[in-house]
Design a protein around this ligand. Structure first.
Ligand code: ZN
Length: 241
């Protein structure tokens, strides 16, 4: 049975490290590193703070915000549940069909076609949601808001963003920054960028200085380049509050 303990400081000798930092300075260690600790516990820890500390060969003054997963003898390994930073990536793609609205970032964009989707088909908001949920290691947008549920038929995607933001705060995180790339051949997005950013700021409760939106064409190749689909990537950094 795994148990979780938060340490504000911890000192262990170098010899207990099974996987010391291999890099010059402070590289993230994504695989859990296991230690034997006083009291008969196995300790599993991962994250950039540990890597920098390991470089100095002695673990001390581990951040109070770093939770170390511990397990009693005979239990199964469990990764750290809380990290000072969490990164998430979201991707989404929708078919474009005639006579449908094209909504990007909550903004209605004039175009000869729009997204075919169960909800409003907002490709940007969908991948923003998945980036936040991914950073939190939570189920993705399709699992939280299944397209088999009539409740979400034609739903405004702002509902999904608000729920992802609520879950983010519930987990004790805030948005560090967000970077998104939209891929579409037409229309030009630059005239609408400001409105999209303003809308995202309101939905995320974030200042515009931590949000970035880019748009690229697909060089007229494949469905994206032939105005038959639209896609978006989003990366977010969440910070422990
Ligand atoms: Zn979508």
């Amino acid at each position: 049975m795994a148990a979780f303990t938060t340490f504000t400081s911890l000192t262990l000798p170098k010899s207990t490290c099974h996987q010391p930092c291999q890099t010059a300075f402070c590289a993230p260690v994504w695989k859990p590193i296991n230690f034997k600790a006083p009291g008969g516990h196995s300790i599993s820890i991962r994250g950039p703070i540990l890597a920098s500390v390991l470089k100095h060969e002695v673990i001390s003054e581990v951040s109070a915000s770093t939770v170390i997963a511990t397990e009693t003898r005979g239990g199964s390994a469990k990764p750290a549940a809380v990290l000072p930073f969490r990164i998430g990536h979201g991707f989404d793609l929708h078919r474009l069909e005639p006579n449908l609205p094209l909504i990007i970032g909550g903004v209605n964009i004039p175009h000869d076609r729009g997204c075919d989707a169960h909800s409003d088909g907002d490709v940007l908001l969908h991948c923003v949601v998945d980036a936040i949920l991914g950073a939190l290691s939570l189920p993705d947008i399709g699992q939280l808001f299944p397209d088999s549920d009539p409740k979400w038929k034609g739903a405004a995607s702002s509902v999904f963003v608000k729920e992802a933001v609520r879950l983010m705060h519930e987990a004790g995180y805030e948005l560090g920054n967000l970077d998104a790339t939209l891929i579409l051949q037409r229309p030009k997005l630059s005239p609408h960028k400001e409105a999209i950013i303003t809308n995202l700021c309101a939905l995320l409760g974030a200042h515009s200085s931590i949000l970035n939106i880019k748009a690229k064409t697909h060089e007229k190749v494949d469905s994206l380049g032939e105005n038959r689909s639209i896609a978006a990537h989003t990366v977010v950094l969440l910070m422990k509050k």
